[in-house]
Design a protein around this ligand. Structure first.
Ligand SMILES: Cc1cc2nc3c(=O)[nH]c(=O)nc-3n(C[C@H](O)[C@H](O)[C@H](O)COP(=O)(O)OP(=O)(O)OC[C@H]3O[C@@H](n4cnc5c(N)ncnc54)[C@H](O)[C@@H]3O)c2cc1C
Length: 490
């Protein structure tokens, strides 16, 4: 955020509460933006609405602390004056978790100024970073030491590591390296009482009581503010080869995954699927990006498979042999293997362009469900059939991380119908159909994006009473005054 001209829309200081003025003095001119004091309402807007344009709120003020102590001061001051806090990283979350409500009484606490890499320890394969570092910055810092931080997702240039941990983000390499939770060794957190918990350990083994780190990971800002993290690193692959594979059915994709796991083992670092429609949407809205898949002739399903090697100049012989075998067995009908890193990146660009193409197409009812990988084809078949009964002609944009059993299963209006009106009219019933099927397959209503505001009521209905009671007990114990991101998750 740019600093506005001084006191552009200033009201007399006397109109502001004394504690807010005190906090403004403490944080300095770029540390706290208060509409009417040193910012216009317009200045706060990027922090008051979400990436999809679905949630819009109104904040009391925007705090941008530059240190752990300043975060603690903000949390402490807000707690003392009954103001709740909405932590925010890159604001790329898709469930309204980082957007204030409309009351004008919540403080948005942005971590974006806390963006320093604190240390890299190659011998321990670990690094520590402040929470406001973007994911891309973390990846680059690891890369500069010849190492890999493997979390990777399409929003990586904007999302922050604090947000990634608060949402337990997944992304494209989970099947090899795990989610954000599995990549985290320790955390520094400001508790709801404004105390610093220094858990920034770089240990891989530590069995000293309850795992506090795991409580905060995935808690979506409802238990405390993550200010720094200690992260696992890995040897950087010396070469990577990707392939786009045309498959006749989703069952064939699962068959290919099984063969790939057997043949490639730890070399297999990604296995993504895309149905025909999401690829067609990229062709429609971002035609240059779709170029790479043209020669496959619009198959029912396209798989993006990637292998990583510790030796340089690997040509992906094992991958090529696997694909030849898969074609001979009918699990695949055609494949393009990347011949250069540029071609491999073009394949990823196609996969990662899908959310942008969807956005250009119009609103959809979005789901990030998970079911056991073996059940994915049956889940898609059954759910599509159930949707077709109630919403004939609906468009299904289905793609995602087949290797993790996690699909984006997005339902759009029939061709010719207005997208927004369709979503407004049918969202509740569509969710009902999809989540009933998810439950039938012992799946999850959120494998990636979390609960936020969007799925809070759904969680309350579909989580077991025992699990809900445990979650509420944790919230009550850590945040008894409910100042941390109230109304999210629970
Ligand atoms: C194009 C696109 C692709 C995406 N792809 C994926 C994907 O593949 N996998 C995936 O998992 N997600 C994906 N996402 C969702 C999103 O990028 C992730 O949820 C990401 O982890 C959010 O990070 P952020 O910094 O933007 O967090 P925000 O959006 O700012 O916040 C998200 C939540 O975390 C809380 N929070 C943020 N920072 C902190 C902190 N320091 N301490 C405590 N709480 C905090 C917020 O209060 C909020 O509840 C995608 C989003 C987009 C727009």
């Amino acid at each position: 955020m740019q600093q506005p001209p001084p006191n552009q829309h200033a009201l007399p200081e006397a109109d502001q509460p004394a504690w807010l003025l005190e906090l403004a003095r403490l944080l300095g001119p770029t540390g706290l933006y208060v509409p009417g004091l040193n910012a216009s309402e317009h200045d706060l807007q990027p922090h008051e609405q979400d990436w999809r344009g679905r949630y819009r709120g109104k904040a009391l003020a925007l705090a941008r602390p530059a240190s752990t102590e300043e975060v603690a001061a903000v949390v402490h001051a807000c707690g003392a004056h009954g103001v709740s806090i909405v932590p925010q990283g890159g604001n790329t979350g898709l469930v309204g978790g980082g957007i204030p409500d409309g009351s004008g009484r919540q403080m948005v606490l942005s971590l974006q100024r806390m963006n320093r890499v604190l240390a890299v320890d190659p011998a321990n394969l670990s690094m520590s970073v402040q929470a406001g570092c973007t994911l891309a910055q973390v990846q680059e810092a690891a890369h500069a030491h010849g190492l890999l931080f493997p979390l990777s997702l399409a929003a990586e240039g904007t999302c922050t590591i604090g947000g990634n941990l608060a949402t337990n983000a997944g992304g494209t390499q989970v099947l090899r390296y795990g989610t954000a939770r599995e990549l985290c060794l320790g955390l520094e957190v400001i508790t709801a009482q404004g105390e610093v918990w220094s858990g920034l350990s770089a240990l891989r083994k530590n069995n000293t009581g309850y795992d506090l780190r795991d409580l905060f990971i995935g808690s979506e800002g409802t238990l405390g503010v993550i200010t720094a993290a200690s992260l696992k690193l890995f040897p950087r692959p010396a070469s990577q080869v990707a392939a786009l594979v045309a498959c006749p059915s989703l069952d064939a994709c699962v068959g290919l995954l099984q063969m790939a796991r057997q043949a490639l083992d730890a070399q297999l670092t990604a296995f993504e699927v895309m149905a025909r429609l999401p690829v067609a949407l990229v062709e429609k809205h971002l035609p240059d990006t779709a170029q790479v898949s043209r020669s496959l002739n619009a198959p029912e399903w396209t798989v993006l498979v990637e292998v990583s090697h510790t030796r340089a100049h690997e040509q992906g012989e094992a991958l090529q042999a696997l694909l030849a075998h898969a074609i001979s067995q009918g699990q695949a009908v055609d494949a393009i293997v990347s011949q250069s890193d540029a071609q491999r990146q073009a394949m990823w660009a196609l996969r990662e362009a899908i959310p942008m193409a969807e956005k250009a197409e119009g609103l959809m009812v979005k789901h990030d469900i998970g079911v056991p990988t073996s059940q994915v084809p049956a889940f898609v078949r059954d759910t599509q059939a159930a949707l077709a009964q109630s919403f004939p002609g609906h468009q299904l944009v289905c793609f995602g991380h087949l290797g993790d059993g996690n699909l984006h299963f997005n339902v759009g209006a029939p061709v010719g119908r207005e997208a927004k009106a369709f979503v407004q009219q049918h969202e509740v019933r569509i969710n009902h159909v999809v989540y009933d099927e998810v439950a039938r397959f012992d799946g999850t209503i959120s494998a990636e994006h979390g609960i936020g505001q969007l799925k809070r009521d759904e969680l309350a209905q579909r989580q077991s009473p025992t699990a809900l009671a445990l979650m509420k007990a944790i919230k009550q114990a850590l945040d008894p005054l409910n100042t941390m991101n109230p109304g999210r998750v629970l």
